[in-house]
Design a protein around this ligand. Structure first.
Ligand code: NAD
Length: 296
């Protein structure tokens, strides 16, 4: 198999490595030439532009910060659309705005080009292991065609509906994930204030109904250790929450719980800058409670 990847950051870079390990021929493009060099050294081939990548690889994966950059990468001169042909399949893995994804999908269709949206969940660790969850929107035949490649990257692969459906469920998943992390942070901070030991609290929570990915993974590995480096920034989490809130607004439905969580996330984001790891939200909760949730 041959696949080209645009966007070699925290997620895309690990996907390149994983695909190379699986014997896939990989082409790469990124504005950051240091990243490009790093992957060329381990066997990837450099493309000179998105169009060049699309001319040489039947599967093209975009793993970019947001949908506006995806749109630019598709439509600008020497962009992907200039290089794609009827045998190309664009696999759009960015966490994006579903309505814009639908527009892009329709634009490609007009030109006889094919695309699926295939955002991922599981973070850098699962990207490294090839055990991501991948949620796909688009036509069944395109999903089937992408499946052998997606199976190199993920162990839970779902076709959830038409174009944009993958991006819809991804935003909803992250809204739950963000809200759970914030709620767990508040509970842990209150427990510490009341004199409880954070490790013992997590032992109980993780054997009880309060358990989540946040309590099971993020708190023991990132908060108690004071590492705060999952590899997913505050910028990206706030972007995902904005997408979810906009979807709700579009449908004219209230989001009581998620709105409260969103305000807390925006507070942390405006205070400390978006480059911090998203787990740093807990530091802002700690500040409000005047405690530190630290392991021994
Ligand atoms: P990142 O910021 O680490 O990487 C983005 C990469 O895109 C960078 O290497 C950057 O140089 C490159 N880039 C930016 N503009 C470009 C352009 N015009 N042309 C070519 N390259 C360009 O981001 P990430 O953490 O890898 O996330 C990528 C996407 O995956 C985001 O949409 C994010 O929401 C989603 N995601 C991330 C995680 C995670 O844990 N990091 C998990 C699930 C989904």
């Amino acid at each position: 198999m041959k696949a080209g990847i645009i966007g070699l950051g925290n997620m895309g870079g690990r996907m390149v490595k994983r695909l190379l390990e699986q014997g896939v021929e990989v082409g790469v493009f990124d504005l950051n030439k240091d990243f490009v060099r790093k992957f060329v050294e381990i066997g990837a081939k450099e493309a000179t532009s998105p169009a060049d990548l699309a001319r040489n690889y039947p599967y093209v994966l975009t793993v970019l910060p947001n949908v506006f950059i995806v749109k630019e990468t598709l439509t600008s001169p020497e962009g992907l659309m200039e290089g794609m042909n009827s045998d190309s399949l664009l696999i759009e893995m960015t966490t994006s705005i579903p309505s814009v994804t639908k527009e892009l999908s329709a634009l490609l269709k007009e030109k006889g080009l094919k695309m699926i949206d295939a955002p991922v969940s599981g973070g850098v660790k699962k990207a490294e292991e090839g055990t991501l969850s991948i949620m796909v929107g688009g036509e069944e035949a395109d999903f089937e065609r992408a499946k052998p490649l997606l199976e190199c990257l993920g162990s839970n692969i779902f076709h959830v509906g038409e174009a944009g459906a993958g991006h819809t469920i991804k935003a909803l998943n992250n809204m739950i994930s963000a809200t759970t992390l914030a709620a767990t942070g508040e509970a842990m901070a209150l427990g510490v204030k009341l004199g409880l030991d954070p490790e013992k609290m997590l032992n109980v929570i993780n054997a009880s109904t309060g358990r989540s990915f946040s309590s099971d993974f993020k708190f023991p590995n990132q908060v108690l250790t004071r590492k705060f480096e999952v590899g997913f920034t505050l910028d990206l989490m706030v972007k995902d929450l904005k997408i979810a809130m906009a979807m709700a607004e579009e449908e004219k439905v209230p989001m009581f719980i998620s709105s409260a969580s969103f305000q807390l996330w925006k507070h942390a984001w405006s205070q400390g800058g978006g480059d911090q790891d998203h787990t740093a939200i807990v530091k802002y909760i700690e500040e409000m409670f005047s405690v530190e949730i630290k392991g021994s």
